[in-house]
Design a protein around this ligand. Sequence first.
Ligand SMILES: [Cu+2]
Length: 160
Amino acid sequence: MQTKQLWWFVLVLVLVVLALAGQRYRQQFATPSVIDTVTAPKACDLTQTSCSVRFADGQELDFSLQPNPVPVLKPLRLAVQLSPPATPAVRQDIEVDFVGVDMDMGFNRVKLERQDADHYTGTGVLSLCTRKRMEWEARVLLHTGKGIKMAIFPFYTIYQ
Ligand SMILES: [Cu+2]
């Protein structure tokens, strides 16, 4: 009887593990895929001014990070301007990931708030780095019905 109970216990455990694995698998598939990626031109310095990119479908995205130059450990104001704007039919959630270039700076995602059909804002903060000068990418994730359009804006911070 004892052995039988143990086997039942093992069976239930295996089923739980399988269920959890299945859930992870589904979550991975539920994550929308990136359908377009554009990188801002090198000539545009995000620490001085806003920068624009144009997606393959013609939509333009303008991104700014304030204040300039971009500080670490201080609140940042993020702003996105879309042209043409998001139509009510097309839900366009926007998130911004701050990613360290050549250095893992941890997961740092800011969800922007919709102010207008074409205007989104948010606040974020960058973590302190062991390097004086740190290279970053702000990855603007534009969620559309078909997937994510990603705009990459390289910039840097100098901590003094
Ligand atoms: Cu760093």
